[in-house]
Design a protein around this ligand. Sequence first.
Ligand code: HEC
Ligand code: HEC
Length: 350
Amino acid sequence: MGNQVVVFIAVVLIWTSFSCSDPAPAKKLIPEEEKQIQNMARSYFLPLSEVDFSDYSNDEKSKVLLGKKMFYDKKFSKNQTQNCASCHDMERFGQDNLRVSPGDSGVPGVRNVPTVLNAHLQFAQFWDAHEPSVEEQAPGPIFGTVEMGMTDTLELLSRIASDPEYPPLFEKAFPEADTLITLENIKQAIGAFERTLNTPGRFDDYLNGDLDALSYEEKKGIKSFIDQGCIPCHSGVLLGGNMIQEFAIFGYYWDYTGSEHLDKGVYKDSKKDKDMFFFKVPGLRNVAETHPYFHDGSIESLEESIRIMGLSELNAQLLDEDVQLISAFLQSLTGEIPDHAFENGTFPFE
Ligand code: HEC
Ligand code: HEC
């Protein structure tokens, strides 16, 4: 009896030590496919780099610091209940993981919060691309009734001027300006901060030549993403953010998303028929973290949004295997948020 137990334990030990020292080998691409996928990836996508502060003048650094202070300041909302980070939370990759978000008045809007991370690299801002840059975008939420709800520029400027911390910061950031505290300077400073929010990650290491930065599935996912036809809209440094496109090209988007609010997209402002149901193609960096998806946050799962894209943009029922591989690839697009983005984080030059 005792011997049997000893033999049993010995067998288990030998078995486990064998299985530990001999794990199933990680799947590897054959060399030709490895090369082919990397070449394709390099021709359609561009690596993202960290912002290089050694190029920044002292004025520019002061502008960035001022912009960050304003990004985190609740004085920018009517009832002083919200700052930009209330909806663009850095702990949540520059957005809030809500379908739609309540603003200063407590009443939610109808569009999902896009991330501010890497947003400055897009060709335009907002789901309907109606502002050309992060600078021009900034007054939108401050004076937006469903966002921060400030009613007039004078009230905003006098609130800021009466905070003793601000005037010296404006002076450092805009040494040449005749009038320091202006809406234009606020826009420039908030924009300057947003232009520091790049999130390079493993995918960039891969594009820069480190083939081991991505797994077998993630690389197969690149191939599937390209083969299935996602590239015409989702390419470049952000895998999107370069154009507006119709949602949906095939059918009506609400038949796929179950959306209750009918958002006409670019048409809403332009009133041109050709813009009906056109939306900005979002970039896909950090997309695994920025659920729920689409302009109204109607879809919670990344796999489901990939499936919908197949149907709505490509008239294709994607196979489960392709959905899984594309999802693995999109998850590899999660990057590193720089420390200085966080309220208590610091810039390398601080
Ligand atoms: C109440 C939530 C809320 C607050 C507060 C808020 N935003 Fe937003 N933000 C949104 C929503 C919703 C959108 C998308 C609106 C649309 O496309 O019509 C958006 C869009 C943006 C975009 C465009 C990103 C893109 O990819 O198109 C930027 C940049 C941005 N906000 C910056 C800011 C800044 C800077 C502040 C503070 C001054 C701020 N936001 C305050 C909800 C908010
Ligand atoms: C014809 C252009 C086009 C093609 C092709 C296309 N997309 Fe999109 N994609 C869009 C547009 C436009 C949106 C935004 C739709 C909306 O929310 O109104 C979008 C949104 C998405 C989103 C949601 C992102 C977010 O932050 O909400 C994902 C994920 C996505 N696409 C993945 C894919 C994948 C994977 C493919 C290939 C199977 C693909 N797309 C093909 C235009 C396209």
